[in-house]
Design a protein around this ligand. Structure first.
Ligand code: ASP
Length: 417
């Protein structure tokens, strides 16, 4: 090849990974707009990348959590980290629904739509708290692994890690084994991430290509409000907490987590993004293995601020569209159910739409609202998943910083890869 043909390749190779991913994202959007449904020919590349990261989720979460716990032999510290993590998750989620309601009220995207409800829909039932708690303990860990039940795997990994700490000397070879396995899976994640720019490109081209202007335009208002509210939440709440509470530079944070955000945006799955989030937290934010290995898998399953924002905006949007006036207790009910619904939402594409039904029925809003949104849900899912993942990573930085489990040198180093 001549000099001039290899130059672009060499320049591309010199870009840090996060910039390559953003270029992939931008080119993917352009390809989707230009080639519409024909962009689907790229689907296999997207699936290949998705499969590769999904392949990592179960083993990576398991071994990194066990290795993380054995690196923090102090059980009280583990208890403290759990309490802090859950508290930050709950508080930020309540903020998120409120911001959603605020933006939905301020911009009124459903005003003047004059929809009429038929009242024929069936309400959905939320699972009870007791059944959720009982279900946390796997009766058979192998089934939990096979089904990819992250919460059960977390419970099993914590039990195993804590027991290894209690056994002490005799468990030392097993501790070493898990350390080695964790390193191996981090390396594998690293390798898989080299596919990310191409995978993200293909996935985004497919999504954008299949959502033409005719699908998006009628609901452009509500899409805009959800994106705006999401950006406001990330910048104000996350940026604010990082700089005020943790004294960390938010710009570095966003630069460090860019790969995870791009993967979340293009896959619409927090669970699918988990290996990338763990890698970003450790390598770019300097969060310790123990904190990242615990905070992020828990977050990917229960912390969904983006989903909560979406529920807040949509509850108001649907009330406006169907001409229903909400009173103060209904607002409170929305905050409560949307927070709980977001906790119960699985970190997979489209899960938030199903939970929306729950929030709507809790305040007597028509379920037809779900059907109204279904056609554009993927576009909204991209925004909410990105916020969900950003929230998990922000919490890992906050908890890491307060527990002295965040290496400031790594955090403040500019991301070269
Ligand atoms: N897709 C979202 C996620 O994985 C969940 C949702 O649908 O709200 O975080």
């Amino acid at each position: 090849m001549s000099q001039s043909t290899t130059l672009p390749l060499r320049l591309w190779g010199r870009l840090p990974l996060w910039q390559q991913i953003l270029v992939g994202l931008a080119l993917g959007v352009a390809t989707g707009v230009l080639f519409k449904n024909d962009a689907q020919v790229l689907a296999p590349i997207g699936s290949l990348f998705l499969n590769a990261i999904k392949m990592l989720i179960v083993p990576l979460v398991f071994v990194s959590l066990v290795a993380g716990i054995t690196s923090m032999a102090d059980t009280r510290k583990l208890g403290r980290i759990s309490v802090k993590t859950i508290a930050i998750y709950l508080i930020t989620t309540a903020f998120a629904v409120s911001i959603g309601l605020l933006f939905g009220g301020l911009f009124g995207p459903g005003e003047g739509m004059h929809m009429v409800a038929s009242g024929a829909d069936e309400a959905k039932q939320a699972p009870s708290l007791v059944s959720i708690l009982v279900g946390l303990v796997p009766s058979n860990p192998v089934t939990a692994f096979a089904e990819g039940n992250i919460l059960q795997i977390i419970v099993f990994a914590i039990g195993l890690g804590v027991s290894m700490n209690l056994v002490g000397e005799k468990a030392a070879p097993v501790v070493k084994l898990f350390d080695g396995l964790a390193e191996t899976f981090y390396k594998l994640t690293d390798l898989v991430m080299r596919l990310a720019p191409y995978g993200v490109f293909a996935l985004i081209a497919g999504v954008v290509g299949s959502h033409g202007a005719e699908v998006l335009l009628p609901l452009a208002g509500v899409i805009g409000v959800i994106y705006l509210a999401s950006i406001a939440h990330v910048l104000l709440v996350y940026g604010g907490l990082l700089s005020l509470l943790a004294r960390l530079n938010p710009l570095r944070f966003f630069q460090g987590i860019a790969p995870a955000l791009a993967v979340a945006f293009s896959t619409s799955s927090s669970s699918g993004t988990l290996p990338v989030s763990i890698e970003c937290a450790r390598k770019n934010l300097g969060v310790s293995e123990g904190v990242a290995g615990f905070v992020l898998p828990v977050g990917a399953t229960i912390n969904m601020d983006g989903t909560a924002i979406y529920q807040g905006v949509l509850a108001l949007f649907i009330a406006q569209a169907f001409g229903v006036d909400l009173n103060a207790s209904q607002y409170l009910m929305i905050i409560l159910t949307a927070t709980l619904a977001s906790i119960g939402t699985a970190g997979v594409p489209g899960a938030g739409l199903i939970m929306l039904g729950l929030v709507l029925t809790s305040v007597g809003l028509p379920l037809e609202g779900v059907a109204l949104i279904a056609g554009i849900d993927r576009i909204l899912d991209m925004a909410r998943t990105t916020v969900n993942v950003a929230g998990d990573l922000m919490t890992s930085a906050l908890v890491g910083r307060s527990e002295k489990e965040l290496d400031l040198e790594v955090y403040n180093r500019s991301t070269k890869e």
